[in-house]
Ligand binder design. Sequence first.
Ligand SMILES: NC(=O)c1ccc[n+]([C@@H]2O[C@H](COP(=O)([O-])OP(=O)(O)OC[C@H]3O[C@@H](n4cnc5c(N)ncnc54)[C@H](O)[C@@H]3O)[C@@H](O)[C@H]2O)c1
Ligand SMILES: O=c1ccn([C@@H]2O[C@H](COP(=O)(O)OP(=O)(O)O[C@H]3O[C@H](CO)[C@@H](O)[C@H](O)[C@H]3O)[C@@H](O)[C@H]2O)c(=O)[nH]1
Length: 429
Amino acid sequence: MNIAVVGTGYVGLVTGTCLSDVGHHVTCIDIDEKKIAKLKQGESPIYEPGLEELLEANIRSGNLTFTTDYKQGFKDKDVAYIAVGTPENEDGSANLSFVETVAKQIAETARQDIIVVTKSTVPVGTNHHVLSILEANKQEGVNVSVVSNPEFLREGSAIHDTFYGDRIVIGADDSQAADTIEEINRPFNVPVYKTDVASAEMIKYASNAFLATKISFINEVANICERVGANVEDVAAGMGMDERIGNKFLNAGIGYGGSCFPKDTKALVDIAKQAGYDFKILNEVVDVNTQQQRLLVDKVKDHFDGKLEGRTFGVLGLAFKPNTDDMREAASIIVTKELLEAGAHIKAYDPIAMDNAKQVLDERVNYQNNTEETIKDVDAILILTEWDEFKDLFNNEAFQAIENPIVFDGRNIYKEDEISEVTYYSVGR
Ligand SMILES: NC(=O)c1ccc[n+]([C@@H]2O[C@H](COP(=O)([O-])OP(=O)(O)OC[C@H]3O[C@@H](n4cnc5c(N)ncnc54)[C@H](O)[C@@H]3O)[C@@H](O)[C@H]2O)c1
Ligand SMILES: O=c1ccn([C@@H]2O[C@H](COP(=O)(O)OP(=O)(O)O[C@H]3O[C@H](CO)[C@@H](O)[C@H](O)[C@H]3O)[C@@H](O)[C@H]2O)c(=O)[nH]1
């Protein structure tokens, strides 16, 4: 099949690369010329394990090409995927301006019948809105249809998730278009769930909101565990043995971040509000997460009796989770901001996300080259991301050289029996 993918962020790039890898002819289109120039060389603009190898192989085989030119990108394409961003508006609603622009560009460019597939996460009703834009702007004699095909990949395991996902959701009111998209995805051998457009759009938001709820739930349980002398890890393990609950997404910590959960939970609250419904639970999930991202700062302040002025903290991990360089809505943003506001100095290190961190964090953050430099001469160490290389911290010679080390672990990466001769704070234990 001949496919165009519009937008080469996480989703567009992974979708385009994987579709080409299973034999389709794919052209990825982006308006960002620098990105496209890099991609043409087989260089990935994002850090994602396994992506660059797949990119190179498929560029070499001729199945995968990149362009900023819509005309060239849509030439002879049967299907166009929309994978541009749907960021948060100030009121929490999803900003659809990129999707709308792309829909208009597709309509104005396509000279042949085309199925437009929305991969971007969009509120219920958006695909119908896209169809009306396509109908209003298309060339004479061209037939267009729309399919909702939300994306469920996780950053850091995006390639694996594409080839071994739990499901592919295809929402269409036109069964022929749905069959074509099912056929395109057949080589992935992932279970397909077909439904109407509105339900597919809702499945994406409801899934992310449910996972976020699980995290805020276990975080509140953790906060109670601390007060009553229980251990949240044991509690989660015991709960997770019940198959109805499941053992995933029950890791307590300093809350969820990233490019999806924070914005999608708020967008679903707004979708409900627009429909005249108050989504009470989800409102609380969002509030609990904001509180949880500050938890470590409160613990630091308690330990030092509120006196942080002039103290230095070593921060290990800045990305919103390991195996990504993504800083969007990372807990490190709020933690570093509050410590700096309280008059502290910050040394920080992340194995991969430092370049992106420099664009986002306060300029007073003092970046280091490795763990050893970061933990030297500090009043306490804060762990914000559970990168594998921090899991061995207690065996690190530089750590062992610290007199009376103090560690605030926001991700519970050490087991109780590893902690001796360390003043150690974690979450819910
Ligand atoms: N990041 C994830 O892990 C993830 C997972 C599932 C779903 N999603 C959803 O997928 C969508 C895309 O997310 P992302 O993180 O890949 O986005 P992103 O913001 O990282 O990338 C979007 C890309 O689209 C390009 N773009 C913008 N306008 C364009 C236009 N008119 N023509 C061509 N290109 C244009 C931008 O230059 C950018 O490269 C969002 O709706 C998001 O919620 C993201
Ligand atoms: O038990 C857990 C699991 C996750 N997290 C945090 O939750 C956030 C999100 O993690 P994860 O879901 O692994 O990463 P994302 O790449 O943001 O993926 C989510 O968001 C994507 C975008 O919509 C979806 O496609 C994925 O299915 C969904 O998992 C991170 O800050 C994690 O630290 C926890 O605190 N505890």
